[in-house]
Structure formats: structure tokens, C-alpha cells
Design a protein around this ligand. Structure first.
Ligand code: UD2
Length: 323
């Protein structure tokens, strides 16, 4: 099998975090990989041997400079992912989520490196309709959404203004092994509750929907973005399928096999009602299509998957992508 990205020098910011560390696992056997992380939420245990670690804060341009020196490709994954935290601390999160993105883009100009940016469905705000095409314009209700939207726009403009190879990947609701911590997403919260024999807490009526995409698919989207000739654009990374939060709760209860109650609490203030990706642009322009359905994806969490299982899931698909 020929791996799509080989013999490159690559920086992954946030490389010890949830998505970043799975990406590093995939890239490291074939490339010279450097990780810039301050380990505030990421973990050293997730990093494979042979990876160079640059410990530093994204708000420090010198750390970015050190990390990016001589690289061909930058995967900019580092961010504060909590919407709530961005509401509590707009300036601090802006410095991390937007300021650092600009610094990464500037450094990439110096190095003439490609930048693949972790953007977000948050750029669409509360969409008028689903599925959401990349052309939809949003008015994000949170600082987090504004930060991601602006970083996404900068990355596309750096392509047009300075000829930099940039690709924005707008992640929908990602789940998978290693998603942990206080802001870890509804799937890991429900799993923890069910496993502990506690009630599953559905916020609101549970009829709100999300597009859940497995981290193995997100890694594959990043591999495509690392090599595509279609730069200067943004692509949705989702499955195109909507799941209601109530049905998710029921499914998780069934899979875990514990008859815990499902309780409804107050809806989350400012919650988005429906979110689902229109996936055709990613399919036709960068050849990315999700391959892990929710049933199989949840199995990787219930039967705690080893890194090898995730590698295999990515590997199988890489072979198929290559045709
Ligand atoms: C996701 C991203 C966020 C941002 C946002 C953009 C995650 C973890 N977060 O936020 O970073 O990109 O999309 O729109 O992917 N819920 C419950 N019970 C719980 C926890 C959550 O019912 O115990 C509901 C919650 O009210 C919401 C849904 O589950 O309707 C998803 O919540 P989430 O925090 O997993 O993700 P979301 O979509 O708010």
C-alpha cells in the first residue's frame, strides 16, 4: 500500500489532542512529524515514538516559528474547542483560535508550506436549512464560531493574495476514541453516563439533530487535503446523515446494554437545532467521503478500540481511495 503522504516534513499543531493525535498516528510511520502542543488538554501518552515534540503555546509566535521551520505541510489542529469557554473568555480564545491561525499562515508563507486548517461547522451559525453546502453564509452566535469563520476566511484569502496552498476542513460533530475532558461532546458524555449506570441526560426535547463523523474519517479527509490540487477552498467533513439526540441516547443505551433512564433537562441556551453536512463538494473536489457509519463508529468506543483498530479503519479506506 502506498500511503498518500510520504517523506514529508510535517507540523501538526495540537498534535497531542483528540483529532491531532490520530492524525499524527497515521502520518508518523511515513513522514518526519513534529507536534506543537502545550499539553493543556492533549496528552503525551497519545504520541507515537519518533515524533518530535515542540512544547509551546499557540499564542507564542516563536513557538510556531520553531515548529514550522523547514516543514512542507502544516496541519493546524490546535484550538480551544469549547464554545462555552469562548463565551466566557472571548479575547483569550480569540488569541488562540484566530491569532495563532494568522501566525501559522504567516509562517507558512515564509516556509512555503501548505496549510490544512481545522475549521468547523460553527462557521454556519444556526443554519436556515440542512444539509448545509459550503456556500451557505452564517452569522455565528458564539465567539468560537466567529473565530473559526474568520480563520477560515483568512486561510482562503492567503491562497488568493499570496498564492499559499491552503485547505479548510469544516468539521461537523466528531467522535471517537481519545475524546475526553470536560468538553468532550455528547457521544462520550452519554457513553460515560450509561456505563456508570447513571441517567442519560438529553438537553431539551432531543429532536435536535447532528451529523456525527468518526475521527478515522476525519483523518482521511486530512490526508486528502494534504495532497489535493484544489486549494484555496473549504470542504465540509461530515457524513451527510442526521441523527437526533434522543435516538442517539436510545442507541447508546442499547449498545452499552444497561437499562438506564433517559431524562430530559432544560435545553442548552443558544443550542443549534439542526446540523448536517452537504457532502458533494468534498466528494467531487478532494475525493473524500465518510466510510464509518454511526453503528460501526460507536463499536470502536464500546469495545475500546486500540490505535491499531483505528489505523486499520483508516488504512482500509486509504487503499480504496487510491482505487
Ligand atoms: C459542536 C462542537 C463545537 C462547535 C459546534 C458548532 C463538539 C464536541 N462540539 O458543538 O466545538 O464546533 O458544534 O456548532 O463536537 N447534549 C445533550 N446532553 C448532553 C450533552 C449534549 O443533550 O449531556 C446535546 C446538546 O444540547 C446538543 C447536542 O447534544 O444539542 C450536541 O452537543 P455537543 O456539545 O456534543 O456539540 P455541539 O453540536 O453543541
Amino acid at each position: 500500500m502506498k500511503f498518500p503522504i510520504a517523506d514529508q516534513s510535517i507540523l501538526v499543531t495540537g498534535g497531542a489532542g483528540f483529532v491531532g493525535s490520530h492524525l499524527v498516528d497515521a502520518l508518523a510511520p511515513h513522514n518526519d512529524v513534529r507536534v506543537l502542543d502545550n499539553f493543556s488538554s492533549g496528552s503525551r501518552e497519545h504520541l507515537p515514538a519518533g515524533v518530535t515534540v515542540v512544547e509551546g503555546d499557540l499564542r507564542d509566535p516563536l513557538a510556531i516559528q520553531r515548529g514550522a521551520r523547514g516543514v512542507d505541510l502544516i496541519y493546524h489542529q490546535g484550538a480551544v474547542v469549547s464554545v462555552t469557554e469562548s463565551v466566557a473568555a472571548p479575547r483569550r480564545t480569540n488569541a488562540i483560535n484566530l491569532g495563532a491561525t494568522l501566525d501559522v499562515l504567516e509562517q507558512a508563507r515564509i516556509e512555503d508550506a501548505r496549510v490544512v486548517l481545522a475549521s468547523s461547522a460553527a462557521v454556519y451559525g444556526d443554519p436556515e436549512s440542512v444539509p448545509i453546502p459550503e456556500s451557505a453564509t452564517g452569522d455565528p452566535p458564539s465567539p468560537y464560531g466567529i473565530q473559526k469563520l474568520t480563520g477560515d476566511a483568512y486561510a482562503r484569502r492567503y491562497h488568493d493574495l499570496y498564492g499559499l496552498d491552503t485547505v479548510c476542513l469544516r468539521y461537523f460533530n466528531i467522535y471517537g476514541p481519545r475524546q475526553q475532558g470536560p468538553y468532550s461532546g455528547v457521544i462520550s458524555t452519554f457513553l460515560e453516563q450509561a456505563r456508570a449506570g447513571e441517567p442519560i441526560t438529553v438537553e431539551g426535547d432531543g429532536e435536535q439533530t447532528r451529523d456525527f463523523v468518526h475521527v478515522a474519517d476525519v483523518v482521511r479527509a486530512n490526508l486528502r487535503a494534504g495532497v489535493t490540487e484544489t486549494t484555496g477552498s473549504a470542504f465540509n467533513v461530515g457524513t451527510g446523515r442526521e441523527t437526533s439526540i434522543r435516538s442517539l441516547a436510545e442507541r447508546i443505551r442499547r449498545i452499552v446494554g444497561r437499562n438506564v433512564p433517559i431524562v430530559h433537562t432544560d435545553p442548552r441556551p443558544g443550542d443549534i437545532r439542526h446540523s448536517c453536512a452537504e457532502t458533494s463538494r468534498a466528494r467531487t473536489e478532494i475525493g473524500f467521503e465518510s466510510a464509518v457509519d454511526l453503528e460501526r463508529g460507536l463499536e470502536t468506543l464500546v469495545e475500546p478500540a486500540t490505535g491499531d483498530v483505528i489505523d486499520a479503519m483508516i488504512g482500509e479506506q486509504v487503499v480504496e481511495d487510491e482505487g
